[in-house]
Write a new protein. Sequence first.
Length: 256
Amino acid sequence: MKRVEGKVAMVTGASLGLGRATAMLLAREGARIVATDVKQAEGRSLVDEIVDAGGEAVFVRHDVASEADWENAIETALGRFGRLDILVNNAGVLGAGDVEGATLEQWRALMAVNLDGVFLGVKHAIAAMRKGGGGSIVNLSSIAGIIGYPTLAAYCASKGGVRLFTKSAALHCAQAGYNIRVNSIHPGAIMTPMLQELFDAAPDPKAARAQMEAAHPIGRIGEPDDIAYGVLYLASDESKFVTGAELAIDGGYIAQ
């Protein structure tokens, strides 16, 4: 039997990078997928690929900062598949800027996606999962939610917020007897389009990549599947005794 056979999984930010890898892996392991993103062409291409491989999937255009969009996405999942067992809060944005240089508008725009979006997802997923008898919520934070970076003031604050909000929601669900687990994943540098854009913007992209690789004790930058397999574990019943935990998948970065 596949590891998430028969489960229904919603993955936000599913069109590219970590979200795409996660949606593909969950589908290969038997889950029916609700893929959401603001990038519609890429999202529909993902769904087509899952369906062509014999899986079941639907795409929903979804701005995670919008509560109305969350309500629509959840309703789509329940209407199409009858239940929601897994939510992967993956959608996020990266914004550079130190505490003196960042503007309030930039701060609020980043928080709306990275933190408000996670709050809304957890809130509405709990209501849906309670109807089905339980579930697993996986929130993507970052190593920047555990350690600080001087040039990522808002990003660090948002990902640190995801880390502790996850623990609060996990305790709430456990104490309420909901059978809903909530955990966070903290990736190091992962080779995604977002990271490639950072390298491309550097004066010397090759040197920037080499520096990033050297910062990880394992000696390389991670791949999207490195994170997807962590999500799969937390989404599956293999982790039935795991809630409120933080899983660092970072090549040893924060162990230094």
